[in-house]
Design a protein around this ligand. Structure first.
Ligand SMILES: [Zn+2]
Length: 207
């Protein structure tokens, strides 16, 4: 039976987690690998609403870094609050360039990007927004596309990636492993989150 990702609706591989029968391990082409409780699956639309793209971006970004986030009803809000959302289209395009650079096996290798499943890399709301960024990156000569759907950093692109890396400290997410419980929310919000933000990190709370 075809199974669908509870966050993005893409065809996905879903298995019951070893932690319990109401916890699911999902492998989705758009969101990457994550774990979600049955309760969170039921309530995600209601709790996230128009901020779904932020949740998709956060889960995918963590997955790209090899971190498997667990989405529960008690941490959805924190995941949204602590998301490292691109502040403008330029930053969204930077995320795409950094992704291509990370995936490049060599300076001249081309990385395949699927608009339909890779849009969370840029926290884009819809695939069309991601397609727009890709088009602009090619027009601005940061990316070269050959054949369609395959992208390589140009020399301009590499120069830009090096510049972004120099400023990486400003956009770095700091993952904080902390038990998700209501009683700890003030500790997170006023403690860790505030302190890390003062140091120019974008904190993301994990469990
Ligand atoms: Zn998904």
């Amino acid at each position: 039976m075809e199974q669908y990702c509870p966050l993005s609706g893409h065809s996905a591989k879903i298995e019951i987690d070893t932690n319990g029968k109401d916890v699911f391990r999902v492998e989705c082409p758009a969101c990457g690998k994550f774990v979600i409780t049955e309760e969170a699956q039921r309530e995600v639309n209601h709790r996230v609403g128009s901020r779904l793209h932020i949740l998709l971006g956060t889960v995918r970004e963590a997955s790209e870094r090899g971190i498997c986030l667990t989405v529960t009803t008690s941490n959805i809000q924190s995941l949204l609050d602590s998301a490292s959302i691109p502040r403008d289209p330029i930053e969204a395009m930077d995320r795409i360039l950094m992704h291509v650079q990370r995936k490049s096996l060599s300076p001249h290798s081309y990385v395949q990007l699927y608009t339909q499943t890779d849009f969370p890399i840029a926290y884009a709301i819809v695939p069309d927004e991601f397609a727009f960024y890709l088009k602009k990156l090619v027009e601005l000569s940061y990316l070269e596309e050959e054949p369609p759907g395959y992208f390589c950093l140009s020399i301009n692109g590499w120069r830009h990636v090096i510049e972004v890396r120099k400023n990486e400290r400003n956009s770095n997410q700091a993952f904080v492993a902390m038990w998700f419980h209501k009683s700890l929310y003030p500790v997170w919000k006023k403690g860790f989150k505030k302190a890390l933000e003062e140091l120019d990190f974008s904190p993301v709370r994990l469990i």
